[in-house]
Design a protein around this ligand. Structure first.
Ligand SMILES: [Zn+2]
Length: 384
């Protein structure tokens, strides 16, 4: 059934691993979990199964499922109210990036003073996150993309202008993760594609990021190899548990690797989500190729290694160009819209502003100016 390994946290991986949930919560000596999930999953058989499994083992559960899409700070605040009302002692996060990020923020704010903005990463005067004030978290991903289950960040948007804020701390890494491929087989193909490209983008951008972190680079290359092997299979044959498991691993590798940093693709994607509420993975899928073409000039040797890790041989040029050619083909196979034009995205000053002000591109291997961002959006097909 499940195998357990510990990196970067305890991960229980395998088909049927969800059955371990009562045992893991029992060992943590908690009895009253708040189950946090995405709005769209609230009435699914998957959630019904998790709740039944817990109630059969005498846990007192309550469900919070208000958040969806790009979650807002108000979703976190409502979740904190639900946590207190239930007198919860733990949080079980079941879902995609939205549920996981909201759940971590609920865990943070359930006992910490102030509001979420007081904990914004890198903010001068940010309040400290105290491990002893964080309730037990069990993370159960149902998508294979964000990898938020193994990360210490929570990304939510302000209600007023939809700007994304990032809260980060080692203390926010869920101590236990159940990565069960059976829970991802009902993910519809378009979300399998978009979240899968998010995982790929994490691995590729982490590998290219300019920070020094050779360990993260090793993990990132293995993540790319997993996506190459499994994503199309997971898309075309949704019940293929090996492919689904491979993508869950790729997503966790991506989130493990991106502690090294991300890059311009993510800055553009964050701007597209802020201004057009685009799905994060889809936004990455549309920005990845122009962003990589922009970076190829400064780190060609890294593209050779990316080509090698998907099995390409030949000259350095063949490997580097072959990697980009694979991405173009992948986008077609996954039926991802070819251009921002297809999504009615217009090139506006605000779109560029948000990208320029986003923190992710600080680690991009090539500095990206305002003019560069404008060109990237144009290359991705934004209407002028
Ligand atoms: Zn991402």
């Amino acid at each position: 059934m499940a195998v357990t390994f510990r990196f970067p946290t305890f991960i229980h991986f395998g088909a049927g691993a969800i059955q371990l949930a009562p045992e893991l919560l029992g060992k943590a000596k908690v009895r009253r979990p708040l189950v946090v999930t995405d709005k769209g999953l609230a009435s699914s058989p998957l959630i019904a199964g998790v709740l039944k499994n817990l109630s059969t083992a005498d846990f007192h559960t309550s469900l919070y499922a208000e958040a969806e899409g790009n979650p807002l700070i108000s979703h976190v605040e409502k979740g904190v109210a639900a946590f207190r009302k239930h007198d919860a002692d733990s949080v079980v996060l079941v879902g995609g990036g939205c549920a996981l990020d909201v759940g971590k923020a609920i865990a943070l704010m359930s006992k910490h003073p102030g509001n979420l903005l007081d904990y914004e990463d890198d903010k001068v005067g940010a309040l400290p996150i105290k491990k002893e004030l964080i309730p037990m978290m069990l993370a159960v991903p149902t998508t294979a993309g964000t990898g938020s289950e193994v990360g210490g960040s929570s990304v939510v948007s302000r209600d007023d202008n939809h700007q994304k804020i990032i809260v980060w701390g080692h203390e926010l890494v869920p101590p236990r993760v159940i990565a069960d491929p059976e829970l991802t087989i009902s993910l519809p193909p378009h979300l399998t594609a978009a979240t899968g490209i998010d995982a790929l983008t994490h691995n590729v951008e982490a590998f290219l990021a300019k920070n020094f972190h050779p360990l993260a680079e090793g993990v990132a290359l293995e993540g790319v190899r997993h996506v190459h092997k499994h994503l199309v299979r997971a898309f075309t044959t949704p019940k293929d548990l090996e492919a689904r498991g491979g993508m869950l691993l790729a997503a966790m590798m991506g989130a493990t690797a991106f502690q090294k940093g991300l890059g311009v693709t993510h800055s553009c994607a964050h701007a597209l989500s802020t201004c057009y509420d685009l799905h994060h993975g889809l936004a990455n899928a549309l920005m990845l190729i122009p962003s990589l073409e922009f970076n190829l000039e400064v780190v060609p040797e890294k593209f050779v290694r990316l080509g090698e890790c998907i099995g390409l041989a030949g000259s350095n040029e063949t490997k580097a160009q072959g990697f980009l050619a694979w991405l173009r083909e992948l986008k077609k196979q996954l039926k991802i819209p070819s251009s921002l034009r297809d999504l009615n995205v217009k090139l506006t000053p605000r779109l560029v502003d948000v990208a320029v002000n986003d923190a992710c591109h600080a680690n991009n291997p090539r500095p990206c100016t305002r003019t560069d961002f404008t060109n990237l959006f144009k290359k991705a097909g934004a209407m002028t």
